[in-house]
Design a protein. Structure first.
Length: 132
């Protein structure tokens, strides 16, 4: 097993319902895939539910380049659900280093749902992504 298996297992069994859901989505979308280049290409799909699953998958894969792809989704995706999922994935990838992006989303995102999620994420301690 690799790190992605471990992260997926922990996420599926953690206390946070959002974390459990997103990890299940990620697994359903990326499965055993470990080459993130295929995920980056698939992020161009028009279906937001697929982009949400793919972004969640990047949060669990911890592949080289994942952080920049997830950050791009958090800042620029047209769908609020994808931006919200990207904030969670960013926390999974870089932990407390995601604070600046979460704060930016809390203050500047156009969608109240994303702003509210970012506010909730920011108020929790360093393990917030496992608890949501």
């Amino acid at each position: 097993y690799d790190d992605a298996h471990v992260f997926a297992y922990i996420a599926r069994h953690c206390e946070g319902p959002t974390c459990r859901l997103l990890s299940q989505w990620a697994i359903s979308e990326v499965g055993e895939l470990r080459d993130a280049r295929f995920v980056y290409a698939a992020l161009q799909t028009e279906a937001p539910q697929n982009r949400m699953r793919l972004v969640a998958g990047l949060g669990l894969m911890h592949a080289a380049g994942s952080e920049s792809a997830v950050l791009e989704c958090a800042q620029n995706d047209s769908h609020a659900g994808v931006r919200e999922t990207a904030l969670w994935a960013l926390g999974m990838l870089i932990g407390n280093a995601a604070t600046d992006e979460i704060r930016r989303a809390e203050l500047e995102d156009e969608d109240p749902r994303v702003r509210q999620a970012a506010s909730r994420f920011r108020r929790l301690d360093h393990c917030w992504w496992w608890r949501i």
